[in-house]
Design a protein. Structure first.
Length: 281
């Protein structure tokens, strides 16, 4: 019984009296080629633990379980759990956790866990932030996100396409935009196209400034992204720094105070954060 066949999915859901909820981002993958592409891009070895975010009825989970030593499948919707259990019954090494992924403790995972998820789009940003914050515990994350988010994640820093999430993702991971995925590959069909993105976490971040200050500087720079840095940084609630200290930090970092935050490279953000850390001492 193929879970990538829309008629099969429709029948299984009808049998269990389940109407999918848009507000939980329930758009299931019904394209075998994309499922295969995801599974091969995770690059699973038989010793790997894999965590799946939003397992749905187990379309990806089954394939992950065929390859990994251990699968942890997190799904928030209690109505889907019996169907998920049924579809995974032959895989004793697949654990199903019915909970909100945002409450899941990623530190409880074995080191170098690989994460996979056709993400529920309403919480893409908090999920990505949570994964990036737990970078030390994870090997990589292969996620399906809206095309627009994929473009942001993989945008070139210093260009208009970049935003705070671009800096965060690229400071902690090698980010690869793997492929665009048409909205026709999902049931029910969502309004927009999607894309697959792979984040391979680095052993050490690409900056030296204290992490908390680096985060605050990046947020401040992008929060008022149309303003010059000297204004964006001194008016930001993320920093609470006096104008003189901001100007001094920019001068020491050799960054023109009239530039906009979105034009900064990662190395420039780092220099600036180091000087702001120094100014706050
Ligand atoms: N993995 C399945 C697939 O690829 O067909 C389903 C993907 S669907 C886009 C997203 C899934 O995430 C849904 O099953 C939804 O119920 C689940 N979900 C939504 N919010 C969640 C949350 N906070 N924690 C865990 N799962 C969630």
């Amino acid at each position: 019984m193929s879970l990538t066949n829309p008629s099969v999915v429709r029948e299984l859901l009808a049998r269990d009296h389940i109407r999918l909820k848009k507000r939980w981002g329930q758009n299931f993958l019904v394209d075998a080629h994309i499922v295969e592409k995801i599974i091969s891009s995770v690059r699973l070895g038989s010793e790997n633990t894999v965590l799946e975010i939003g397992a749905g009825i187990g379309t990806l989970t089954q394939k992950l379980a065929e390859r990994a030593a251990r699968v942890i499948a997190v799904e928030i919707d209690t109505r889907l759990i019996p169907l998920l259990r049924e579809n995974l019954k032959t895989y004793s090494h697949a654990e199903i956790l019915c909970q909100d992924f945002l409450e899941f403790d990623l530190k409880s995972l074995p080191p170098q866990t690989k994460v996979v998820g056709n993400l529920p789009y309403y919480i893409t940003a908090p999920i990505l932030e949570k994964l990036i914050a737990a970078h030390q515990h994870l090997h990589s994350a292969l996620v399906m996100v809206q095309l627009e988010v994929a473009e942001k994640l993989s945008a070139q820093l210093g260009t208009r396409a970049a935003s705070a999430i671009t800096v965060f993702a690229q400071s902690f991971a090698d980010v690869q935009h793997l492929m665009k995925v048409s909205k026709n590959c999902f049931f029910p069909k969502p309004d927009v196209d999607s894309a697959l993105v792979r984040l391979e976490f680095l052993r050490r971040p690409r900056f030296q400034a204290p992490e908390e200050i680096f985060f605050r500087v990046v947020r401040a720079a992008f929060n008022l992204r149309r303003k010059m840095l000297k204004q964006a940084l001194s008016q930001s609630p993320f920093l609470a720094l006096e104008r003189e200290l901001v100007l001094e930090a920019l001068a020491r970092a050799e960054i023109d105070p009239t530039r906009r935050g979105e034009t900064l490279s990662l190395e420039e953000f780092d220099r600036l954060a180091l000087q702001i850390a120094r100014a706050q001492q």
